[in-house]
Design a protein around this ligand. Structure first.
Ligand code: C2E
Ligand code: MG
Ligand code: MG
Length: 753
């Protein structure tokens, strides 16, 4: 029979063999009750387990005079028994008992372990079960020894409780009861102590853990938290008890995140990951969290344990390292590594959205001089200041990096035209060249900029960088303090356009505009009936600039509005002056741009021009192109109706090149058609052009509109025009556009003829 089977057998026996209270006398019952009460009191007062057991031994000794009580515990590893408590046995006895190996001759206690059952020996001097330790019995005068197993809760024998007598005797029922009760109490006290020890240990681990620990019940209400939790979250244990851990959440995660977490926890019993929570003071911080679901004996979740640590420092360190790897320490700008990534994604998005982007290489001119003359410290200050200046000029979508040395690179996204980039480059150059205060020194530098455009100058980051660099080199070679496109033709056209645009801004205040006037001749009478005002620009550098070169630029930049206002004022003033000087009945034709209709307040401008000049509105003729009349018709119609109400005349310029729709001629109450030069020029040689001119005149006549032929250069054109009853003509054959004083002389001479 092995030990376990025996233990089982024994446990059943002990149950059966247990001494019944009924067989005890009243006195014995009372004595046992008193013993139990005394022990209970000690337990209740929280006495140490050893102290309680010692007391128990003494109390039992009192109830069995002439005896000593002893408790031996089994050392399972060493397979021996050691004395745990024997308050009345002298030290020497204890020493000799210690290390007792269980066996058939190892005394009462050794036999208890060996046979897994109570052993009652009434004569230790003759009983075979004492054969191995008989000298001990002799030495200490132990004549009888009754020993009882001590069980754990799971009925495992862990030791023995013995009463040894200095006389030969067999146990009565009362004695057996004493032994049973003693062993049972000792078992409970030892077990309790083990649990308490375990709990003390757990509590120690819980409290001293460097990690935050939260324990909740099955419904996720917080039961307890440790002190680290309070330290990290700011919440005391009382504040969180009974609350849901959700109170710690930040709003950084969406509900889906928590759903996944909860799902994994239910499925696997475990979840771990990074999460952002909020401290009591509102700070949001990252933590590494492990959640475990604890199940009870019925496999139902009874608790959750959350263990987490604050990882904000680690995160910050990581972020700092990432930052350092991607930024230039001096200026704080992204470095080349990060920039290349930006550029690659900028190209990808430009490709997808079919947009353009520009890469600008910016290099300070003669930066080395600053370093050499003022020292590197000032060089650094200048670079920092330059970075700030560049940053302040950027849109949110633009990126900038310091490429090293005094070189910076910009990515401009979502640009529309090269002009736009040129404007930005020009502004950057002007910002960078304003004097800058570096401590006590005022320093002036300039910069050269090279521009490469996507997709024109390359469709990948390597080519774009290379070409922007090449363009920058070009800018340096061309004398620095300027920008250069990678493609040369762009440089020229953009340059001219920008020079014109910049010049236009100053032209009005510098009085560089002049109106020329070209006579309009009545084909029947041969008299001059009117003039067309044509603007001229005396450019300080380029000389006379024709309108075809600057009107489109003025339209794009919006400058056409103030310029157009000036033309109207000047033309009306001149017409009024001529009327006073004898050129009565002269019509003044003025060209209007579509942009003036769209962006300006046409009615107000014209009213003002008429008002200040005193010109009779009937002598002002506005030349509109067909394109004006078909844009945003209702608005234009309203404007035109207001103008007509003022009494001014309306002519359609370059008629025949556009839409030539009859309906709008009627709707807009047009007065005159100006047949485009291209038809007039070819009329003599090309029958189809002649047919068009004929048709236009016929149509105009039927609508009661006047007609004028533009671009009449020689006499051969006159006969067919007269034949078809064209009313008027204008062109080099009669006169070129001329300044006002010349026109006065021309008119006087004509009248004189
Ligand atoms: P447009 O209104 O059709 O003006 C007639 C153009 O033809 C003028 O050119 C005039 O000089 C030119 N021309 C006149 N007779 C002849 C000829 O016999 N042969 C040839 N080859 N050309 C002739 P210009 O002055 O260079 O003006 C060009 C255009 O610029 C004008 O065309 C008009 O659209 C615009 N423009 C001129 N002045 C103004 C202005 O004050 N405001 C606006 N918005 N546009 C203007
Ligand atoms: Mg015109
Ligand atoms: Mg024209």
């Amino acid at each position: 029979m092995n030990h376990n089977a025996k233990a089982h057998h024994q446990s059943c026996n002990t149950q059966v063999d247990t001494v019944q209270y009924s067989v005890l006398s009243e006195t014995e019952k009372e004595q046992i009750l008193t013993l139990q009460q005394a022990i209970l009191e000690l337990v209740a007062h929280g006495h140490d387990h050893k102290e309680i057991i010692d007391n128990l031994c003494r109390l039992e000794e009192q109830l069995l005079p002439n005896s000593v009580a002893s408790v031996m515990l089994l050392d399972e590893k060493q397979h021996c028994l050691n004395v745990f408590a024997a308050p009345s046995i002298p030290e020497e006895g204890v020493r000799q008992l210690n290390g007792l190996r269980p066996g058939p001759g190892a005394g009462s206690c050794g036999n208890v372990i060996y046979h897994q059952e109570p052993v009652f020996v009434s004569d230790t001097l003759t009983d075979a079960r004492w054969v191995d330790i008989r000298p001990l019995a002799v030495h200490f005068g132990l004549m009888a020894c009754w020993s009882m197993p001590i069980y754990t809760e799971g009925r495992k024998i862990i030791g023995t409780f013995a009463l040894s007598s200095f006389e030969h005797r067999a146990p009565s029922q009362f004695h057996r009861k004493l032994l049973e009760i003693g062993a049972s109490i000792i078992g409970i006290v030892l077990e309790r102590n083990k649990q308490a020890e375990y709990l003390r240990l757990s509590a120690k681990v819980f409290e001293s853990s460097g990690e935050c620990i939260v324990i909740t019940d099955a419904r996720q209400r917080i039961l307890s938290v440790n002190s680290t939790f309070t330290k990290i979250t700011g919440y005391s244990s009382e504040e969180v008890q009974g609350q849901q851990p959700g109170m710690l959440n930040s709003s950084l995660h969406d509900p889906e995140f928590f759903q996944n977490m909860s799902h994994t926890l239910q499925e696997n019993g475990y979840w771990q990951g990074e999460i952002w929570d909020q401290r009591k003071n509102g700070n949001i911080y990252p933590l590494w969290l492990g959640l475990t679901a604890i199940k009870d004996n019925n496999n139902q979740i009874s608790n959750y344990i959350g263990i987490f640590s604050d990882i904000s420092e680690r995160k910050e360190a990581e972020a700092r390292i990432r930052y350092l790897a991607q930024h230039d320490v001096l200026t704080g700008l992204p470095n080349r590594t990060m920039f290349t990534g930006d550029l690659v994604s900028a190209i990808a998005s430009a490709k997808k959205l079919q947009q353009h982007l520009a890469l600008l290489f910016i290099d300070l001119d003669h930066f080395k001089n600053i370093n050499d003359s003022l020292g590197h410290h000032y060089g650094d200050l200048l670079l920092k200041a330059t970075a700030e200046r560049l940053k302040s000029r950027l849109k949110a979508s633009d990126s900038i990096c310091r490429q090293g040395g005094d070189e910076f690179i910009l990515i401009l996204q979502d640009i529309i035209t090269p002009d736009e980039v040129a404007h930005i480059a020009e502004r950057l150059i002007s910002v960078l060249s304003t004097p800058i205060q570096l401590n006590e020194h005022e320093v002036t530098v300039s910069a050269s900029i090279g521009i490469a455009l996507y997709p024109e100058d390359g469709d990948n980051e390597e080519t774009l960088v290379k070409n922007a660099d090449a363009a920058m080199y070009h800018a340096k070679q061309s004398g620095r303090d300027q920008y250069r496109f990678f493609v040369k033709s762009l440089n020229d056209s953009v340059h001219e356009r920008l020079t014109i645009e910049n010049g236009l801004r100053k032209a009005l205040e510098r009085n560089e505009f002049e109106l020329y006037y070209q006579p309009q001749i009545n084909l029947v009478s041969g008299k001059m009936t009117g003039v067309e005002a044509l603007i001229r620009w005396h450019h300080p550098e380029f000389g006379m600039v024709p309108p075809s070169r600057f009107i489109p630029v003025a339209e794009d930049s919006g400058m056409i509005i103030p310029i157009g206002d000036w033309v109207l004022k000047e033309a009306c003033r001149q017409a009024a002056a001529w009327h006073q000087n004898g050129l009565e009945e002269i019509m003044m034709a003025v060209n209007l741009s579509a942009v003036q209709f769209r962006r300006g307040d046409m009615v107000k401008s014209i009213y003002a021009a008429l008002e200040t000049s005193g010109l009779d509105p009937a002598y002002l003729e506005l030349e509109l192109t067909e394109s004006i009349l078909i844009q945003d018709t209702e608005k234009v119609l309203a404007t035109v109706q207001q103008l007509k109400a003022l009494g001014v005349k309306l002519a359609i310029d370059d008629f025949g090149t556009g839409y030539s729709s009859l309906s709008y001629l009627k709707r807009f109450n047009v007065d005159k058609l100006k047949i485009d030069q291209s038809f007039i020029r070819n009329m003599v040689n090309d029958p189809s052009d002649a047919a068009i001119v004929h048709a236009i005149i016929q149509m105009a006549n039927s609508l009661k509109l006047k007609t004028i032929a533009e671009g009449v250069e020689d006499q051969s054109m006159l006969a067919p025009l007269r034949l078809h009853h064209c009313d008027e003509a204008q062109g080099y054959y009669f006169a070129r556009p001329m300044p006002a004083d010349e026109l006065m002389r021309y008119a006087t001479a004509k009248i004189g003829k």
